[in-house]
Ligand binder design. Structure first.
Ligand code: FES
Length: 188
């Protein structure tokens, strides 16, 4: 191999190496949203102390977490809201206490449902109403069509004792669900 050929090979090798250095991160960046498809966005976090909840008075809590859109990562912001409903009063030991947690997203078209002292929860957008159990209020009782296709989406939750303070917390697994469907389907 003469000197000219060697220089040609070296030049080609440098060219290929440079192309790979640029192409690999670039491809990874472009395909990131596709690779995330199907991954669960569930967030598990402590949202409220049991001692701060009262029976018959649902408490709205904010879910914070990082959020990723197609290509940008946003850290520590409010990504959702939920309603925590205490079902047993203070006479029941914390480890036996029962709470329910519902996503605050209306299953009709995604507005945020409010607590309604007269009648469980209501959605201000198209007048959907829900009982404290999360079930839709029947049409006959409402006097108009209830537009929601299903009840409020319940979220997995558990009571956990803080190792340092001994206080009991409600820990929630927050997920988003498709709205407009009769079935509860996790949003991909
Ligand atoms: S979005 Fe709630 S009733 Fe339509």
């Amino acid at each position: 191999m003469n000197r000219r050929s060697v220089l040609k090979w070296i030049s080609r090798a440098i060219g290929w190496t440079t192309a790979l250095i640029v192409a690999i991160p670039g491809a990874s960046f472009i395909t990131a949203p596709l690779r995330r498809r199907g991954q669960s966005d569930a967030i598990r976090q402590r949202v409220v102390k049991l001692a701060n909840l009262r029976v018959g008075e649902p408490t709205q809590v904010a879910i914070t977490g990082s959020r990723q859109d197609a290509w940008v990562h946003y850290s520590a912001e409010i990504v959702g809201r939920a309603w925590v409903v205490r079902e047993t009063d203070e006479s029941v030991a914390p480890q036996e206490a029962r709470v329910k947690v519902f996503s605050a997203v209306c299953p009709h078209l995604g507005c945020v449902v409010q607590f309604n002292t007269e009648r469980g929860f209501n959605c201000p957008c198209h007048k959907a109403f829900f009982e404290l159990t999360g079930k839709p209020v029947p049409e006959a009782e409402l006097g108009h069509k209830n537009p929601t296709p299903r009840g409020l989406d319940d979220l997995q939750c558990q009571l956990v004792e803080d190792e340092q303070t001994g206080e009991w917390w409600v820990e929630v697994q927050y997920e988003k669900f498709e709205y407009g469907l009769t079935a509860k389907v996790v949003r991909a």
